[in-house]
Design a protein around this ligand. Structure first.
Ligand SMILES: [Zn+2]
Length: 416
């Protein structure tokens, strides 16, 4: 049988920031064969295949497709606790499909979803080409202790059970819950080792799960080459997660020096979800339909978050960008570049913020061999933005070109 000839595309642009941390390349040419990057260089240095389709992006800066390492795609459009019950499941699915397109259009070619039952099916829909969206790496159902962050305590118990929440207490039960998550097809496991803001009856500072409970989960995950990410806001919860063997700490709003050193010595990724500090500040002016207990806890985190972030950054913790956006106002999908922008606002160098949203996020997920940088042999996830993000990081929101796995989804230069 004759093998189908691979399509060859050649992208020309004003600047390339390749996501490796190297100096940018001016007037780059990138040759794509099929779904992979075949050549990168100056026009004078490389041979452009005759059959190549030329995509001239003019002055745009091209970068690796951005990666959001912490999202929830489940079609929420409000902060009201009632929405969990009154939104029909089908409507939530339809909104989620819209969110997938918004995320991809915004230049995010991959996301790690840290808790959504819909995301496991969205992932299949994207992979089979039914819908357009980012590549989804999904945790499915997160695991929480009784009364923990994802044991939605403002709902009656039977509603939580109906939603299929994974609630576990004691190491044996945690092991069972981990196996259930894996049975669902989870790409990684998400756990909760502290209280949170969106959970009514706990507090970010309260620890959840014991080290032994976390160990049971990480052991099960690591046996089948899956990672574990922990929601941990207070420092005690962060330490329980680390001692229990997790692979990434999410949020870490109240870090201390010891927890920072623990992350460094164990090579653990930190996903600070720093953009939430801006959300919490804006909510002081306009709270939308956030319940009073949410508003109170948000306010209590505002001062600590940038301090924890900078403490970790200066000490050299590996940081990946994740927004924790889930759909409502202020946390809408499509605004996922907010995290890199906020990181720069609070003191990170623009190049480091770009790395946090590309190479580092890919490493945090464990997909650095295929995506996260524009390098020969990698999947062709390439975006183009108006202007130079090293000079003005906000241009990450001015996305004019999106290619995922060699296929062009957005091209405002030639209006495809
Ligand atoms: Zn989250």
């Amino acid at each position: 049988m004759e093998k189908k000839r691979e399509e060859v595309t050649c992208i020309k642009a004003g600047l390339l920031i390749d996501g490796t941390g190297r100096e940018p390349l001016t007037n780059p040419v990138v040759v794509i064969k099929g779904d992979k990057i075949a050549e990168i260089g100056k026009e004078s240095e490389i041979k452009i295949p005759e059959e190549a389709k030329i995509v001239d992006l003019g002055n745009l800066t091209i970068l690796p497709g951005l990666i959001d390492a912490h999202v929830h795609i489940y079609g929420r459009r409000s902060y009201s606790p009632a929405e969990e019950i009154i939104t029909p499941h089908d409507l939530a699915v339809i909104r989620s499909v819209e969110d997938c397109w918004k995320i991809l259009k915004a230049g995010f070619t991959m996301v790690r979803d840290l808790g959504s039952t819909i995301a496991l099916s969205l992932k299949r829909a994207v992979n089979e080409g039914t819908i357009s969206g980012p590549r989804i790496f999904a945790a499915g159902r997160p695991i929480s202790q009784t009364g923990g962050h994802s044991d939605i305590h403002y709902l009656p118990r039977e509603e939580v059970i109906k939603k299929g929440a994974l609630i576990a207490d004691g190491p044996d039960d945690c092991r069972r819950a981990a196996r259930e998550a894996l049975r669902d097809g989870a790409d990684l496991i998400k756990i909760m080792t502290s209280g949170g803001i969106g959970s009514e009856k706990d507090h970010p500072r309260y620890p959840q799960f014991t080290v032994d409970e976390v160990k049971a989960i990480t052991e099960e995950a690591h046996r089948v080459e899956r990672r574990v990410a922990s929601h941990a806001e207070g420092v005690e919860g962060v330490k329980i997660a680390i001692l229990g063997g997790v692979d990434s700490v999410e949020h870490g709003f109240f870090l201390d020096e010891e927890s920072v050193q623990m992350m460094i010595s164990r090579n653990i990724y930190f996903v600070p979800t720093l953009c939430l500090v801006e959300v919490y500040k804006k909510a002081l002016e306009r709270p939308y339909d956030m319940p009073p207990w949410r508003l109170k806890k948000q306010e209590e985190c505002i001062d600590a978050m940038p301090k924890s972030f900078m403490m970790a950054y200066k000490a050299g913790v590996k940081i990946a960008a994740g927004t924790d956006y889930f759909g409502p106002p202020l946390r809408a999908h499509g605004d996922n570049a907010d995290e890199a922008i906020t990181m720069v606002k609070y003191g990170m160098k623009p190049m480091d913020a770009i790395l946090a949203a590309t190479r580092n996020a890919a490493e945090c997920i464990g997909v650095q061999n295929t995506v996260g940088t524009v390098e020969r042999g990698k999947l062709a996830d390439i975006i183009g933005v108006q202007g130079n993000p090293l000079e003005d990081i906000t241009v990450l929101k001015k996305v004019d070109f999106v290619m995922k796995e060699g296929r062009i989804y957005v091209n405002r230069q030639t209006a495809i």
